[in-house]
Design a protein around this ligand. Structure first.
Ligand code: PMP
Length: 325
């Protein structure tokens, strides 16, 4: 019997990268180390190994915990943000804002999130729970005026820090240092295809940069058909929150993309629902978009026996009042 009981100091490989086997000092330690799940989707040929990287296992239930933690640590180390009592500003329509608000609450910073006025009520509620102040800007104008407003706000509040996920190199570096190595390790270097939605492009750029340094992994960017900017089309409104920002951010490295798959709104939410029922866990709309793109690719002769990974940025629970409702 006794040999089945883990000895002190034994690292248990788990969803939290070993965190289950010890007492944690802070929620920061729960960021990253997310699981990779085999995705049993209809229409995917039997010899293809399709997996999903489940980023909803981060503490704020979103992939954004990784870059937010990295950006805040950088700011603290360089001295632009004190350990406590600072003011943090960010422009975000959802997930980044929630992660920043939570990390600010724990550290004792004032947090101001500039967001489009069509952000869902549940997102605003979560921000308020963490004590963040919300500034709403008209959504019709897109995110660029919101960024400009956030920059002006930062200049008007002495000592404040604007995280600026679109320009901050810690965004993609977080994925280079964590997401990429985790994918490499979990697949034992067998990953052939990475399928990833693009918001700021931090996930794709960081993870792809790491993987391509090891192997010629085929990197597939996923974007909404309604805003196909990476495919050379026009920015526009669409129904896949978190991706398709309508412009290419400064941290995005387009050279890492081998192929772009465009996903219609009408496919993203139904695929998310199909995946949710199949795996027994709610997945978000952009996860549905990634799964849709991965299934299309899996049917190609070239990937007949490939290991493919689709990144699932968040859970479906924050979309029940909208796209998944
Ligand atoms: N999906 C969702 C739900 C997201 O919130 C985000 C991040 N905004 C992404 C996809 C894309 O992540 P990234 O900014 O790293 O491209």
């Amino acid at each position: 019997m006794s040999e089945t009981i883990p000895q002190p100091g034994t690292v248990t490989r788990s969803a939290t990268g070993g965190a289950a086997g010890r007492i944690l000092r802070s929620v920061d330690e729960l960021v990253g180390g997310t699981p990779l799940l085999r995705l049993p989707l209809d229409g995917v040929p039997g010899d293809v190994r399709l997996c999903a990287k489940l980023e909803m296992f981060n503490p704020l239930a979103n992939v954004k915990d990784r870059p937010v933690l990295a950006m805040m640590r950088d700011a603290e180390e360089s001295g632009v943000l004190p350990a406590t009592g600072g003011t943090v500003i960010e422009c975000s329509s959802g997930s980044t804002g929630i992660s920043i608000a939570a990390f600010c609450a724990r550290r004792g910073h004032r947090c101001i999130i500039v967001m489009p006025d069509n952000a869902t009520e549940e997102r605003r509620q979560i921000l308020r729970e963490f004590g963040a102040e919300i500034v709403l800007v008209p959504h019709q104008d897109g995110l660029l005026p919101a960024w400009k407003y956030a920059e002006e706000l930062q200049q008007s509040i002495p000592g404040s820090w604007l995280a600026h996920q679109d320009e901050n190199p810690a965004n993609e570096r977080a994925h280079y240092e964590t997401t990429g190595p985790e994918l490499w390790e979990a697949t034992a270097g067998r990953i052939d295809v990475l399928v990833c939605g693009v918001g700021t492009g931090g996930t794709l750029t960081g993870a792809a940069r790491y993987l391509k340094q090891r192997k010629d992994v085929h990197v597939v960017a996923v974007e909404p058909a309604g805003s196909p900017v990476l495919s050379g089309g026009e920015a526009g409104p669409h129904g896949i929150p978190g991706i398709g920002a309508g412009y290419v951010s400064d941290i995005m490295d387009l050279d890492l993309i081998d192929e772009v798959v465009v996903v219609p709104d009408e496919e993203a939410a139904p695929t998310a629902r199909e995946v949710s029922r199949r795996i027994g866990m709610l997945v978000g709309v952009s996860s549905g978009a990634a799964a849709y793109a991965a299934r299309l690719l899996s049917r190609r002769e070239r990937w007949a026996a490939a290991t493919m990974v689709a990144v699932f940025p968040d859970s479906g629970e924050r979309y029940l009042s909208t796209a998944l409702g």
